[in-house]
Ligand binder design. Sequence first.
Ligand code: HEM
Length: 147
Amino acid sequence: MEGFLGETYFWVKAFHIIFVIFWMAGLFMMPRYFAYHAEAAANSDEGVIWVEREKRLLRIIMNPSMILAWLFGLMMAAHMGAGLGAWFHVKLLLVLALTIFHMLLAKWRKQIARGEQVLSSKAFRMINEIPALIIIAVVILAVVKPF
Ligand code: HEM
């Protein structure tokens, strides 16, 4: 296979998809955690447990998975070079939007840990529609490559 990765390309793609799955799982779980947390009484033991869970989800799963999904994705992009179509640029824009969503969740996590109420439990449940729609578009762009 042409490109600097050679046959290793397929391994890089496999790990790209693995870390994308972990990252996306985190993007869906965090707003759920916030919703359950918002339903716990302020300053309760349960609230303290949610703060710890949110911190671990971000630090152990979401941050490393996002970095590795980006790393393996950019390695494949470098391997393909000029062979990349317009689909890739649109995918990149949408993935940037997912990255901004990730950062917004990280910012909210800090505020919530300080005891601030950011959004209602219902709003946190609804917010999951945003990454879901973006992910549908990203997967279609990556797999079908319509343009
Ligand atoms: C983090 C930044 C990302 C970069 C730089 C990136 C880049 C790439 C590149 C260059 C490929 C190779 C395409 C090919 O072999 O034709 C690829 C494959 C793929 N990417 Fe990404 N990607 C990123 C994030 C994502 C995300 C967030 C998703 C899903 C929500 C995703 C889903 C996929 C899938 C399913 C494939 C396999 C496509 C196929 O071989 O049919 N990627 N990615």
